[in-house]
Write a protein that binds this ligand. Structure first.
Ligand code: HEM
Length: 173
């Protein structure tokens, strides 16, 4: 694993004052969101399955994926967003990379989750919705980071260029 995604995760948490503003709110709203978990998860896979290519990817294992999606949601609201959290979430990203799932799909289903969380938390007020979106966006950033790092790794293999050098060449700094 390169360190880029982890560095970005840490920077993004500082930028949004995540640990101070949002992390403490998430366990308080967990019960409310989890009341809607089953419908959110069912709709997540129903939406995904409307796309022919995505439907093929999840075919035959939707029940198992629904169980891991529930565990993923539980952890989202656990209140602990340190190194272990990052490592587990990054592994989820790597699993999607290995399964060759286009990142486009991750973006569109994350968009669905944003709307679903806002709906589930509407009665809890703005702070609750903001906290749920803040952690969801950090998770999406980690998954997309795993795709980015995989691309850099593959480009490094093909060109023979050092990965750090490639990162530097592609950065704006
Ligand atoms: C925000 C978006 C997503 C989240 C949070 C999510 C969550 C997860 C989690 C928690 C796992 C289990 C990882 C493990 O075994 O530890 C998983 C696996 C999987 N997900 Fe997703 N997922 C997302 C998007 C997608 C999309 C868009 C697809 C398909 C188009 C997909 C298809 C799969 C498949 C096929 C696996 C099993 C991979 C394998 O074991 O080889 N996921 N996902």
């Amino acid at each position: 694993m390169s360190h880029t995604t982890k560095e970005n995760f840490i920077k993004a948490k500082l930028f949004t004052r995540f640990d101070e503003l949002y992390a403490p709110v998430l366990p308080r709203i967990k019960a409310t969101v989890m009341q809607q978990q089953q419908i959110i998860t069912d709709t997540f896979y129903a939406e995904l399955s409307k796309d022919e290519a995505a439907a093929k990817i999840v075919a035959g294992r939707v029940d198992q994926l629904k169980a891991t999606h529930k565990a993923w949601m539980e952890e989202l609201f656990n209140g602990d967003y340190g190194d272990d959290y990052f490592d587990r979430r990054y592994k989820i990203g790597e699993i999607h990379v290995k399964a060759k799932i286009e990142p486009y799909y991750v973006e569109v289903v994350t968009s669905y989750l944003r709307r679903a969380f806002a709906d589930a938390l509407i009665e809890e007020g703005a702070e609750a919705i903001q906290a749920s979106l803040a952690i969801l966006d950090l998770d999406a950033m980690i998954i997309i980071g795993a795709y980015h790092e995989d691309r850099m790794r593959r480009m490094s293999e093909v060109t023979g260029m050092n990965q750090k050098l490639l990162e530097t060449l592609m950065s704006f700094g």
